[in-house]
Structures are given as structure tokens and as C-alpha cells.
Design a binder for this molecule. Structure first.
Ligand code: HXC
Length: 255
């Protein structure tokens, strides 16, 4: 299977890209499978947090160049790629990317579909599309700019040169850098912690942050206030606050 899934802990789904011979290049088969996995997990109450990873040497080398090399514009249009990215972009559950090795082109864009990026010290992030005569097509012209600012994003996209994990951290392109052999463990540790949080609150945080990102401050703050107030309708809010007062651990049920 080019995409493998495994429930690794209570509420934590691990999604692993598995095309080692092609450096996890995102061909149509892999992307279709990834989209199916994300569509299914969105509706699965047993999944509370998702970790997406590649292999120890490579996260993903981008779109499959061999599958595009001889394609025409109309054929590319016919692939309707957005329909494959959308389930990832719209995922209501928190997603953590655990990145070892290179995350290039569509691979970097895939990582940027996550909410948290944990990278190994040896990881490299880049948008090298310009070197093969194209440009980013999986969201980098928008998401990378929002993450790191125009000038750093432009340098990456116009030169095609990758940045190191340390640079990515200082730019704000990753959340955390750890030793290469601890990346997945760290991502799973974080995922387990998030999976134990009240799912409704987690979902509202994610939805409010992205909904507010492109709007006005006033609109974003209004959304935040509404989401904040709505959470007081949840049993988990009562449980969380009562548990704090009673000095015990809360149990959250997503209600
Ligand atoms: C198809 C790829 C590939 C890719 C690697 N391979 N990347 N096949 N598409 N993106 C294949 C190679 O052809 C080779 O196949 C095998 O994987 C091993 O690759 P090597 O280059 O020999 O390995 P290595 O020296 O370890 O270098 C790894 C690498 C390099 C740094 C990832 O392969 C590389 O730079 N790849 C291209 C990266 C890139 O340009 N990405 C942007 C793609 S465009 P054989 O058959 O020879 O063993 C893009 C557009 C996004 O992403 C649009 C939205 C999704």
C-alpha cells in the first residue's frame, strides 16, 4: 500500500507514505489514497489526532515528476488536483507532520497542510518546482508566504534551494526540531496528548484559527468569542473545570 494507516494509540492515527523507491513522490495513486484516508478519518469519532509521516530518509520528494513530464495543460486540469488536497485542507482533526529527510515541492506543501510540524535535525524543506520548469501547485505560494513572510518564501520559491530544519524553525515553518531518530516518537507523544484533550475544544481552536487567518481582526475575534461561548454547551467544559477544582484528572468524551 502506498499509504499505510495504523491506530498507534487511543485516538491517534498514524498515516505513513510508502513509496520508498520513488522517495515517496506523490503520484495520483498515493494522492487518491491519502484523500480517501482523510475523508474517512474526518467522520471517524475514534480518531482524535493524526500523524502524517514518510520514511526515515525522506518525507516526500514532491509531485511525481515522471507522471507529469509529458502531460499537457488540459490533462493536468482534468486531474482536478484540488479535490485530492481538499480533504487534507478541510480536515477537522488536528494533524501533525513528522518530517525526516527531505520535504520538497508537494512534499513541503503536504507538510504545510498539517497544524504542527515536527522535524528531524537533518530534515530539509524546499520548493524546487522552478528548477523543473513549473511552480508550486499545492498551496505554497499562499501557505508558505503566510507562514514565513514574503521575502523568505520568495527566496525559497524563486531559487528552489531548500532550507535546513534549523532555518525552517527560525522562519516559523516548523514547530519543533528534534534528533532525527526521535521525530516520530515526539510527534506521537504530542498526538497522544492532543488526543486526550476535549475534542470539541480542539476542533473549535483549529476551525477558528484558520477561519480567522485571512479575515479582519474584528471578524476573527468575533468568531473566537462565538466558538468560546459555544464550548460552554459541552459536557467536556463542565468536566474539565470541575476536575480542575476537584483536583483530579478529567476524562473528555467529545460531548
Ligand atoms: C518522481 C522521483 C521524484 C519525484 C525522486 N524520484 N523524486 N520520481 N518524482 N519528485 C525518483 C528518482 O527518479 C529515482 O528513481 C528515485 O526516486 C531515487 O531518486 P534519487 O534522486 O536517485 O535519490 P536521492 O539521490 O536520494 O535524491 C532524493 C531527492 C531527489 C533529493 C528527493 O530525488 C530530488 O531532488 N527529487 C526531485 C524533487 C523535486 O524536484 N520535487 C518537486 C517536484 S514538482 P529511479 O527510477 O532512478 O531509481 C512538485 C509540484 C507540486 O512537487 C505540485 C502540487 C503537488
Amino acid at each position: 500500500m502506498v499509504v499505510q494507516t495504523e491506530t498507534v494509540a487511543d485516538g491517534v492515527l498514524l498515516v505513513r507514505l510508502n513509496r520508498p523507491d520513488a522517495r515517496n513522490a506523490l503520484n495520483m495513486e498515493l494522492r487518491t489514497r491519502l484523500a480517501e484516508v482523510f475523508l474517512a478519518l474526518a467522520d471517524d469519532p475514534a480518531v482524535r489526532c493524526v500523524v502524517v509521516t514518510g520514511s526515515p530518509k525522506v518525507f516526500a520528494a514532491g509531485a511525481d515528476i515522471k507522471e507529469m513530464a509529458e502531460s499537457g495543460a488540459i490533462e493536468m486540469m482534468g486531474r482536478r488536483i484540488l479535490r485530492l488536497w481538499k480533504p487534507l485542507a478541510d480536515c477537522p482533526k488536528p494533524v501533525i507532520a513528522a518530517v525526516n529527510g527531505v520535504a520538497l515541492g508537494g512534499g513541503c506543501e503536504l507538510a504545510m497542510h498539517a497544524d504542527i510540524i515536527v522535524a528531524g535535525e537533518g530534515a530539509r524543506f524546499g520548493q524546487p518546482e522552478v528548477k523543473v520548469g513549473i511552480m508550486p501547485g499545492g498551496g505554497a505560494t499562499q501557505r508558505l508566504v503566510r507562514a514565513v513572510g514574503v521575502y523568505r518564501a520568495m527566496r525559497m520559491m524563486l531559487t528552489g534551494e531548500p532550507v535546513t530544519a534549523a532555518e525552517a524553525l527560525s522562519m516559523g515553518l516548523v514547530s519543533e526540531v528534534v534528533a532525527d531518530d526521535t521525530v516520530l516518537d515526539r510527534a506521537l507523544e504530542m498526538a497522544r496528548a492532543i488526543a486526550a484533550m476535549p475534542p470539541l475544544a480542539v476542533q473549535q481552536i483549529k476551525e477558528t484559527v484558520y477561519a480567522g487567518l485571512d479575515g479582519s481582526l474584528a471578524g476573527g475575534l468575533l468568531l473566537e468569542r462565538k466558538a468560546f461561548e459555544i464550548l460552554f454547551a459541552s459536557a467536556d467544559q463542565k468536566e474539565g473545570m470541575r476536575a480542575f477544582i476537584e483536583k483530579r484528572s478529567p476524562t473528555f468524551e467529545g460531548k
